[in-house]
Design a protein. Structure first.
Length: 109
């Protein structure tokens, strides 16, 4: 995570306004808000171990993640086919999710 993301998260957690964050970072309040929002995304990605699009796909997945993980263990290609039927899921997202499931993750981020 970039320093300015960490600064924005820390300052906002301490109750700072976007104006104060912007002054600390040398940007406008609206840009400080954008930096803060991106910091939240980066933090979620780091916590989950997935990219933001893969996180959205997993969160909106209509099936059972445990069943998907089992399918991925038995037939990874079938799991990819299942995942790419989800909205906005490309093959690279499916492979990222399958690797995440193989690492033992079963809870939606």
């Amino acid at each position: 995570m970039r320093d300015r993301h960490q600064t924005a998260l820390r300052m906002r957690d301490e109750g700072a306004t976007f104006r104060a964050i912007g002054e600390a970072l040398g940007v406008s309040p609206s840009r400080a808000n954008v930096i803060y929002q991106r910091a939240l995304v980066v933090k979620a990605e780091e916590t989950a171990g997935l990219g933001s699009q893969a996180i959205r796909i997993v969160r909106n997945y209509r099936g059972c993640l445990t069943e998907l993980a089992t399918r991925a263990e038995l037939d990874p290609d079938a799991a990819v086919v299942t995942l790419i039927q989800e909205p906005n899921c490309l093959r690279r997202h499916a492979l990222e999710i399958i690797a995440w499931l193989a690492a033992g993750n079963r809870e939606k981020p």
